[in-house]
Design a protein around this ligand. Structure first.
Ligand SMILES: [Zn+2]
Length: 65
């Protein structure tokens, strides 16, 4: 990362592309999510996981009440 050009990053919206699961390389046309109540997810974290291999893709903070 260069310090001379901090605003170099371009974000291109590509709704025509389908992301791939980083674990099984299947197309993620949808992802599953799980919120608290599952027993092992703390607080209001939302866990996202692949519907094909069920591996966790990431976490996010829920804004739900
Ligand atoms: Zn997968």
């Amino acid at each position: 990362m260069s310090k001379t050009n901090p605003k170099k990053l371009n974000v291109v919206k590509r709704n025509d592309l389908t992301p791939l699961c980083c674990h099984c390389n299947n197309e993620l046309t949808e992802v599953y999510s799980k919120t608290q109540g599952a027993g092992f997810v703390v607080g209001k974290d939302v866990m996202y996981f692949c519907p094909h291999c069920l591996k966790v893709l990431g976490f996010a903070q829920s804004r739900m009440i």
